[in-house]
Design a protein around this ligand. Structure first.
Ligand code: ADP
Length: 344
């Protein structure tokens, strides 16, 4: 048996010869997507499959996240089988939330499936909840690497998660349309964007859409502050201000009602909802999927486990799951301050 790619891998990563010896012991890996879907997950699946294939590893897909692991819903993946998916939103492996996997019985069933297929290493694409499932598997000797995939961008330890950039762009595009009608009628618009625990989408959307005010869950809500910002904007001639509300910060309908009672202009409320989850992934999310997938497989081949691949500055790196679990997500309050300055 020859290993033509092993040489290429050395060139790619300038790794020592010893790495080649490790690579050539044929491995079987699997990949699954779990938790909420995010655009760009398909690019990550494609990357994992093609990188594994590059290193002559066998790669299996597990459908419906941990539920599929319990149900033995497993399929063989090949470089060709992940063709034509890079541009598609959602996840071709489908995803699920699976309470049963949190129980000892569910976990045991999942491990039995992995053993049945000879799966030694697993790539989990999802949020920090999904990484807890991976962490549980690692306690039983399964090698696990996580890829951050959530539109909320609220996973500690990484600057970027797959899906965030697309969600922000989708919301900004929608708000640009809303702005057209807002300016035609001199209306104030309150727009609710996704983010239960995190104001990341709201802050980026607010910055990019030129919001007059942004409400995020990480900061105390002060209706008078919103009012003051709108009045200030109006004083300098802005007739159609936009207020961005993260869903976890306040109920957009209540914010709209409050404003109706305090300002003269007509107030409309729009909840963008699940359109932010769907659609073709942005170039950035496809690139992230490519980078993260390659790195995840490389880490598995190096014998690494219990880590999440991450973007730190402009570098792809790896962060231990324990660090992800221990740290709190922090809002980018710098964006908030800048957005406030630019709104005046
Ligand atoms: P996300 O990955 O987007 O944060 P969730 O928090 O809903 O999504 O987690 C996704 C899935 O990960 C859960 O439905 C469950 O199957 C699995 N999971 C979460 N926490 C644990 C845990 N402590 N032990 C085992 N599995 C878990």
């Amino acid at each position: 048996m020859s290993y033509p790619h092993a040489k290429a891998s050395m060139a790619l990563y300038t790794l020592p010869n010893q790495f080649i010896v490790e690579v050539i012991t044929m491995k079987t890996f699997a990949v699954l997507t779990s938790g909420g879907d995010a655009p760009g997950m398909n690019a990550a699946i494609r990357s994992v499959v093609r990188t594994a294939s590059f290193y002559e590893c066998r790669i299996l897909g597990i459908r419906h996240g941990y539920q599929g692991m319990i149900d033995d819903d497993v399929l063989e993946l090949t470089p060709g089988s992940v063709g034509d998916i890079i541009q598609r939103g959602g996840t071709v492996l489908q995803t699920a939330r699976c309470e049963a996997f949190k129980t000892p019985v569910g976990l045991a069933k999942g491990i039995a499936t992995l053993q049945k297929h000879g799966i030694e290493g697993l790539v989990v694409i999802g949020g920090d909840g999904s990484f807890r499932g991976a962490y549980a598997l690692a306690q039983y000797g399964i090698q696990v690497i996580g890829i951050p995939g959530t539109i909320d961008n609220d996973i500690p330890g990484t600057d970027e998660s797959i899906g965030f950039d697309t969600a922000v762009n989708t919301a900004v595009e929608a708000i640009d349309r809303i702005r057209d009608t807002a300016s035609s009628h001199d209306r104030t618009y309150v727009v609710e964007v996704m983010g239960h625990r995190s104001g990341a989408i709201a802050l980026s959307v607010g910055m990019a859409a030129g919001a007059a005010s942004i409400l995020i869950p990480e900061e105390p809500q002060d209706p008078d502050r919103v009012l003051a910002q709108l009045n200030k904007a109006r004083e300098r001639g802005k007739k159609h201000p936009i207020v961005i509300v993260a869903e976890g910060a306040a109920c957009a309908m209540d914010v709209g009602e409050f404003l109706r009672n305090h300002i003269a202009s007509e107030v409309r409320v729009t909840v963008l909802g699940h359109i932010q989850r769907g659609g073709s992934p942005s170039a950035r999310d496809r690139i992230l999927g490519g980078l993260y997938g390659t790195e995840a497989v490389r880490l598995l081949l190096e014998g690494m486990t219990n880590h999440m691949v991450a973007m730190c500055g402009a570098r792809v790196t790896a962060v231990p799951f324990t660090e992800v679990f221990d740290r709190q997500h922090e809002a980018n309050l710098f964006y908030h301050r800048i957005a406030d300055i630019l709104a005046v």
